[in-house]
Design a binder for this molecule. Structure first.
Ligand code: ADE
Length: 403
C-alpha cells in the first residue's frame, strides 16, 4: 500500500466498537483510493480506550428508560488519540456522528464534506453517546460536530452509515473516480433522478432500446433524457420537484432559433439574469448587462441565438458562434425563478449539439464569483483554463468535444 501523502490525501478516522465492520473500506474504488494514497482511512477500536477488565463502553441512562448509553470517558480518550496521531500541525477534523436524529445525508452534504481535509466518524451503538461528549468535542477540542442521518429509519449503530458516507464522500475526492465525467450526470447531482440507460444488444428478449437513442440526434436525445428525468422524479420522488420544476415538468420547454420578434423579451430576460451576475461579482462592468435592445437585435445576425419557451413564456436563451475549431457558447441565461432545475443544462447541451463538424472544443465565459454557474459548467464537464480574463473578473471554461 502506498503511504498516503498527508498534503494530498483526505484523512478519515473511524472510531467504532466493531472495527471489523469497516473492512469493506479495503475494497473496490475506496480500497484502491487508499492504495493510491488519495484517502488515508484509519479505523480505531473504542474499547482500546477503556480501562476495566470487561472493556466496558456503556452504562444505564440517568433518568431511566430503555437501553444503554455510551460512556463519555472512552470517547474522550479515543478522540484525543485521533487528534494526536500524525498531527504535528494540530489541525482539527470535522467530527461526524451518524445517528437517526441528525441532519439528512444528501449529495449536497457529501459534496461539502469532500472539500474537508479531515473527517472523523464516531460510531454510536445502543441508545447513543452521552451528550457531554458532543459538548466536550465542540468546546474543549474545538471540533465542528455534525450529527448526520442516513435516512428516516433506525440502524443498530453508525457503522453502516459510515460505510455509505465514506463511499459517497470518497468518490468525490479528485482522482478517486478515474473518469470525472461519470460524476457529472448522476441522480441528485442537480436535484433530479437519472434517466434510464441501455446498452447492447439493441433488442433483448423482444424489448427494443428507445428509438431516439439510436437517432444520433444529440439535441433530441438530451430533450428525451430530461423528460425522462422529470417524469421519474415526479413518479418516485415528488418531494424533489420544486413548484417551478413541476410547472416545467407539466409544460414542455421548447428550444427554437431566436427571431426578431423574440428580441424585446430576450433583452428583458438578459437584464434580469445579468443583474444577478452583477450582484454576485460585485461589478456593473459586464458586457451582457450593458447590451442594448439594438445590440441584442444585431446579435441575431452575428451569432446563432436559441430561445427556450415554456407555455409561451421566454424562460431561457443561449448564443453560439464559431471561432476556428472552437464553438463559443455565450449569454446562457435562465429566468431567475426557474434556475437550478436543469434548464441551463439543457440549453448548454442544445448549444453543444448544434455544433457543426470540425468543432473540437466548446468554450464559454462566466464570472469568477458566479458559484452556481461554475458548478453547473463543471458538472457538465467544463474545466477552467489558465487564460487571460476575457473581461475583468471573468473566467474561461473549456470542454473537449466527444464524438
Ligand atoms: N444510526 C442508527 N440509525 C442511523 C441512521 N438512520 N443514520 C445514521 N446513523 C444511524
Amino acid at each position: 500500500m502506498t503511504v498516503p501523502d498527508p498534503g494530498r490525501a483526505m484523512r478519515l478516522d473511524v472510531v467504532s466498537i466493531f472495527p471489523d465492520y469497516l473492512a469493506p473500506l479495503d475494497l473496490s474504488l475506496i480500497g484502491k483510493a487508499r492504495e493510491d494514497g488519495l484517502l488515508d482511512v484509519r479505523v480505531h477500536d473504542l474499547r482500546d480506550f477503556t480501562h476495566d477488565r470487561h472493556r466496558t463502553v456503556d452504562d444505564t441512562p440517568y433518568g431511566g428508560g430503555a437501553g444503554m448509553v455510551m460512556k463519555p470517558q472512552p470517547w474522550s480518550e479515543a478522540l484525543d488519540h485521533v487528534l494526536a496521531l500524525d498531527n504535528p500541525s494540530g489541525a482539527r477534523p470535522h467530527l461526524i456522528v451518524p445517528g437517526p436524529g441528525g441532519q439528512p445525508f444528501t449529495q449536497a452534504l457529501a459534496r461539502e464534506l469532500a472539500q474537508e481535509p479531515w473527517l472523523a466518524f464516531a460510531c454510536g451503538r445502543y441508545e447513543g453517546i452521552d451528550e457531554r461528549v458532543y459538548e466536550h468535542a465542540r468546546e474543549e477540542l474545538g471540533l465542528e460536530v455534525s450529527v448526520v442521518s442516513l435516512g428516516d429509519y433506525v440502524l443498530n449503530g453508525g457503522e453502516v452509515a459510515v460505510l455509505a458516507m465514506v463511499e459517497a464522500v470518497g468518490r468525490l475526492v479528485p482522482g478517486v473516480i478515474g473518469n470525472a465525467e461519470s460524476l457529472v450526470e448522476e441522480s441528485h447531482e442537480d436535484g433530479l433522478l437519472e434517466y434510464p440507460i441501455y446498452t447492447k444488444p439493441r433488442t433483448w428478449n423482444g424489448r427494443d432500446v428507445p428509438e431516439v437513442l439510436l437517432s444520433g440526434n444529440h439535441a433530441a436525445i438530451a430533450a428525451w433524457r430530461l423528460e425522462q428525468r422529470l417524469a421519474r422524479t415526479a413518479a418516485r420522488r415528488p418531494d424533489l420537484l420544486h413548484a417551478s420544476h413541476a410547472s416545467l415538468a407539466g409544460t414542455a420547454v421548447e428550444i427554437a432559433a431566436a427571431t426578431p420578434g423574440d428580441v424585446p423579451e430576450l433583452h428583458v430576460l438578459m437584464r434580469a439574469c445579468w443583474v444577478q451576475e452583477a450582484v454576485a461579482n460585485d461589478t456593473l462592468d459586464i458586457p451582457a448587462l450593458r447590451e442594448s435592445l439594438d445590440d441584442v437585435r444585431a446579435s441575431l445576425d452575428t451569432t446563432q441565438t436559441w430561445v427556450a419557451r415554456s407555455a409561451g413564456r421566454l424562460v431561457g436563451a443561449v448564443r453560439t458562434s464559431r471561432h476556428d475549431d472552437d464553438w463559443f457558447i455565450g449569454r446562457l441565461c435562465v429566468a431567475p425563478d426557474l434556475q437550478g432545475r436543469g434548464l441551463g443544462r439543457r440549453l448548454l447541451e442544445h448549444a453543444e449539439a448544434t455544433a457543426p463538424d470540425g468543432i473540437r472544443t466548446f468554450s464559454l465565459n462566466t464570472g469568477a464569483k458566479s458559484a452556481d454557474n461554475l458548478r453547473m459548467y463543471k458538472k457538465a464537464g467544463y474545466r477552467l483554463v489558465d487564460a487571460p480574463a476575457p473581461i475583468p473578473g471573468a473566467v474561461t471554461l473549456v470542454k473537449r468535444r466527444h464524438r
